[in-house]
Design a protein around this ligand. Structure first.
Ligand SMILES: Cc1cc2nc3c(=O)[nH]c(=O)nc-3n(C[C@H](O)[C@H](O)[C@H](O)COP(=O)(O)O)c2cc1C
Ligand code: SF4
Length: 605
């Protein structure tokens, strides 16, 4: 091992107190410094943090943004989400590949560039989009892709690609990004103006139990997807025994088609941090963590600055706003490209410096979470609602929205619509009305809640967006009349296969079997009996999987089978050959032919 690696790694580990639970930060910093996390670097990290190489390697190999082998100095990650592909990502990819002389996943021989695909980067409203190292480039075309490569060849600093700045804080000196907020409709809860400190002041005038009572009176439910009542979660956590407690904000936002948290982080960071601080007061925590997805690294410096300003203003730190004994601070934990880390127990594993493996439940995080201590995990938008409830009162909040779903919801809409972007709407709004608002009147299919949600057709557009009807963490993807919903379902299945952590068989294997059978139907080789197969296997994967990823991954197939059955029936034929399109008979018998020393008599050569 070279002296350089050892000393660089030691310096980095020292900065993190040689603490193995900070493995995500250590690995990220080592990669930034050395270009990759090589075997010798992993051994050096293991030595410095008192752990084993296998523990370091399990982290490096798990996350898409970490690499053991050197990549190009500039890594171009093009989003290949369904929406991006609809908007021309395939042609953009071709242009990148032609210009660089590589195929996806390859590095140029001079080590200057790597080009690869990545799942949804949270920019579906300005697709096709890519990350050039940490810098987002949006609304791409083939011409733009060629220009980007030429410009990077002249100057490899990706920040120079930003020729025009986005709106709002996207233009802040610490962001300097071309990303657009696309806020189409503001509302009274999340996107209304906010004066830092007012909500916190009011919360601190109450007892922690009263703050929790207010969250319950407001009937606030989690905005991350599952809709669990926030006050009840906090009450469990407050009551759970533990010498420390933690507050974690889930800013992983990996569900394809969701990008509303990106806008909150950019424009309402104070509202969010204030909500986390109120949560800390309510449950008795002194520390909070914002788990920020790796794709949003471009917002990190800005968010750190907001935290610093809040420290200077006495809104974080010791004896907050003069309240003796109330100490609370927040650190940012970067993710590194793993959708499953949005699942709260996987997210906790990641914060602990481990692979993003989901954990068995019970115990629930509120009882035994981060480092084994009681932990509240809430979505970005949920914490914003918390601040607003503290500021304006539980009664005010409870009268917004619909009976079972008080408040407003931030929706991110993209795809075949004229006004993609972020809308704050009252819960209970009919989907049809929302589609009209976004210029999606001729929608033929709508994916509500991302791939883990449901694909619905026009007969269901009269239904309402709320927890008791069409529930969504915020993603609405629109597909016009020319789109093939079965191809879309196949692409979503490819996403789940890629993102499964592989721990349990139903999810690891079942999703591949489901995708292959759907692929065979899409290729015109499917049999009518395939529909029952998909239904039964899909239900089995849902029932037998360990975490929410596997429990929802068959939804693209199951909900299209339910709502677009005619599309399946039009593709299957009783006389189809039923062969898998990707099955290569010749390759399959090649080894047997070699062993037998003769050509198969069953193959036509
Ligand atoms: C595969 C998977 C991905 C998830 N991704 C997110 C996410 O990106 N953001 C989020 O807030 N919740 C996500 N969740 C839900 C979280 O597990 C958890 O329910 C949520 O963070 C709780 O916050 P809330 O009660 O405020 O909604 C995900 C769940 C699963 C199963
Ligand atoms: S369901 Fe999938 S993602 Fe969840 S634990 Fe099992 S393999 Fe991992």
């Amino acid at each position: 091992m070279t002296e350089n690696v050892e000393s660089a790694v030691r310096t980095i580990c020292q900065a993190y107190g040689y603490d193995r639970t900070r493995m995500m930060d250590i690995v990220r910093a080592v990669q930034e410094k050395l270009g990759c996390v090589s075997g010798p670097a992993m051994e050096a990290i293991a030595r410095a943090t008192g752990t084993h190489r296998v523990d370091v390697e399990s982290v490096v190999s798990f996350y898409a943004f970490f690499t053991e082998r050197p990549k190009g100095k500039v890594v171009i990650r093009l989003c290949n989400d369904v929406i991006d592909r609809m908007q021309g990502a395939d042609a953009v990819a071709q242009a990148f590949c032609d210009e660089l002389g590589v195929r996806p996943g390859e590095t140029t021989p001079d080590g200057a560039f790597t080009f690869e695909y990545t799942p949804c980067i949270g920019m579906c409203d300005q697709a096709p989009a890519a990350l050039v190292n940490d810098v987002p480039v949006t609304s791409l075309s083939s011409d733009a892709a060629r220009r980007i490569v030429r410009s990077l060849r002249a100057d490899p600093d990706p920040r120079k690609l930003v020729s025009r700045l986005g709106d709002g804080n996207n233009a802040h000196p610490l962001v300097q990004s071309m990303v657009l907020n696309h806020i189409r409709k503001t509302g009274p809860v999340v996107l209304a103006e906010f004066v830092s400190g007012e909500a916190l002041q009011k919360a601190l005038a109450m007892t922690p139990a009263e703050v929790i009572r207010d969250m319950k009176t407001a009937r606030l439910r989690g905005r991350g997807g599952a809709g669990f009542p926030t006050g009840i979660k906090w009450e469990f956590c407050r009551a759970a025994p533990g010498e420390k407690k933690f507050v974690i904000c889930n800013a992983d936002e990996g569900e394809p088609g969701t990008f509303k948290d990106r806008v909150i982080l950019t424009e309402r960071a104070d509202l969010l941090f204030e909500g986390m601080t109120i949560a800390g007061y309510a449950i008795g925590a002194q520390a909070g963590i914002l788990y920020l997805r790796g794709e949003y690294a471009y917002l990190r410096a800005y968010l750190e600055d907001v935290l610093n300003r809040r420290r200077s203003a006495g809104l974080l730190g010791r004896d907050i706003l003069g309240k003796a004994g109330f100490h609370f601070d927040i650190r940012i934990q970067m993710g590194a490209g793993a959708y499953v880390c949005g699942e709260e127990t996987a997210l906790i594993s990641s914060c602990e410096g481990l692979r993003g493996d989901p954990k068995n439940r019970p115990p629930f995080p509120a009882q035994k979470g981060y480092l084994g201590f009681p932990t509240v995990v809430n979505n970005v938008e949920t914490f914003c609602c918390v601040s607003r409830i503290a500021e304006k009162g539980a009664g005010w909040f409870a009268q917004l929205g619909s009976k079972g779903s008080p408040g407003t919801k931030l929706l991110s809409i993209s795809g075949d619509c004229r006004r993609p972007g972020v809308y704050e709407v009252p819960f209970g709004i009919p989907l049809k009305e929302f589609l009209e608002m976004a210029g999606a009147e001729d929608a033929a299919a709508v994916q509500v809640g991302g791939p883990s949600g449901q694909m619905i057709g026009p007969k269901d557009f009269g239904r309402t967006i709320c927890y008791d009807d069409l529930a969504t963490g915020g993603a609405i993807a629109v597909f016009g009349p020319g789109r093939d919903v079965l191809q879309i379902a196949q692409q979503y299945m490819e996403f789940f296969i890629e993102e499964s952590c592989g721990y349990c068989t139903p999810c690891r294997v079942g999703n591949i079997l489901l995708k292959e059978r759907l692929e065979r139907i899409n290729c015109g080789k499917g049999l009518p009996t395939d529909l029952d197969y998909l239904q039964e296997l899909g239900e089995t994967v849902k029932a037998a999987s360990r975490c929410g990823l596997g429990q929802t991954s068959p939804n693209p197939i199951l909900t299209t089978l339910k709502n677009f059955r005619a599309a399946y029936e039009a593709k299957v034929r009783p006389d189809a050959d039923g062969l898998m399109p990707s099955f290569d008979m010749r390759a399959a018998v090649a080894q047997a032919e070699l062993i037998a020393g003769r050509a198969s008599v069953h193959m036509e050569y």
